[in-house]
Write a protein that binds this ligand. Structure first.
Ligand SMILES: Cc1cc2nc3c(=O)[nH]c(=O)nc-3n(C[C@H](O)[C@H](O)[C@H](O)COP(=O)(O)OP(=O)(O)OC[C@H]3O[C@@H](n4cnc5c(N)ncnc54)[C@H](O)[C@@H]3O)c2cc1C
Ligand code: FES
Length: 252
């Protein structure tokens, strides 16, 4: 982990509130895991705390983030022009386990901006995964243009493309059809994880990426804890022990 000086190379609106920002870092990042994140200093005095974002893509000193405008920090980030300088801390946290048994079919489930947290994973998995992607409307499918060559099952809430409804209901419909073991990776809102927990048996390996508000991102402030089933130490820091957790360990 390092605190890098970073310069904005591009900051492009993909659709509506969704942007991709690419930074040139002062040094290359050699080792990182899909699912790890960085803390970005918003290049504006009005926002003090850094904001966490998943590593969307990374090649040497070129780091990309896919983000959605949520509040003040991301709104100001979307205004950062080419050449703006800032600081980026990372890579942080524990990522996805990509070394799953060859006998398991990987399944990746993403909801909306959750695709940002699993895009690298999709690239790095040895076996081609089945991808289930859910969003509100057809326009958001632009966010997965780069992975359309892989098998993708789509769900839109308004029914404008693919299955009409939520992505977990779509996954549930396919779930019974798997006749060999699967290994599930997911990134999306908590409601998606709750639904997943209800719909698949505990025998299925399932890793999920949790998003909590963060202050330090380094495990120091305990501002990001999540309760788990661990009786000795139930509270885990999302920034340190996560952000990737075993679905069956966390209390939702
Ligand atoms: C490990 C990790 C990885 C992330 N990766 C990405 C990513 O790749 N792309 C992306 O767009 N976003 C990602 N996020 C979420 C992102 O950090 C927040 O959207 C961002 O910090 C919001 O900052 P803001 O100043 O715009 O909004 P704020 O003004 O801080 O908040 C606006 C609203 O969003 C809510 N909010 C803020 N942060 C979070 C959060 N972490 N979880 C749930 N609700 C929140 C607030 O409660 C408030 O209602 C990630 C978060 C974590 C913890
Ligand atoms: S954000 Fe400070 S401990 Fe996680």
């Amino acid at each position: 982990m390092n605190d890098f000086e970073a310069e904005v190379i591009r900051n492009e609106q993909i659709i509506k509130d969704f942007f991709i920002i690419e930074f040139s870092l002062s040094k290359p990042i050699e080792a990182f895991e899909p699912g790890q994140f960085v803390m970005i200093k918003i290049p504006d005095q009005r926002v003090f705390l850094r904001r966490p974002f998943s590593i969307y893509d990374l090649h040497g000193d070129s780091l990309s983030i896919l983000y959605k405008i949520k509040g003040e920090g991301t709104r100001l980030l979307s205004k950062a022009w080419k050449g703006v300088k800032t600081q980026i801390l990372g890579p942080l946290g524990r990522g996805f386990n990509i070394n799953i048994p060859d006998t398991c079919k990987p399944v990746v489930i993403a909801g909306g901006i959750g695709i940002a947290g699993v895009s690298l994973l999709i690239k790095k998995l040895k076996n081609i995964p089945d991808i289930f992607y859910g969003c509100t409307e057809e326009m958001e499918l632009r966010l997965i243009d780069h992975i359309k060559s892989k098998p993708v099952f789509f769900a839109t809430m308004d029914g404008s493309y693919g299955f009409k409804g939520d992505v977990i209901t779509l996954f549930e419909r396919h779930f019974q059809g798997y006749n060999s073991p699967i290994y599930v990776f997911a990134c999306g809102p908590l409601a998606m994880y709750k639904s997943l927990k209800e719909k698949i048996p505990e025998s299925i390996h399932c890793e999920v990426l949790l998003e909590e508000r963060m202050a330090c991102g380094l495990g120091l402030c305990f501002g990001c804890v999540k309760k788990t089933i661990d009786e000795k130490e139930p509270y885990k820091r999302v920034c340190k022990e996560g952000p990737v957790f075993d679905l069956w360990q966390i209390l939702l």
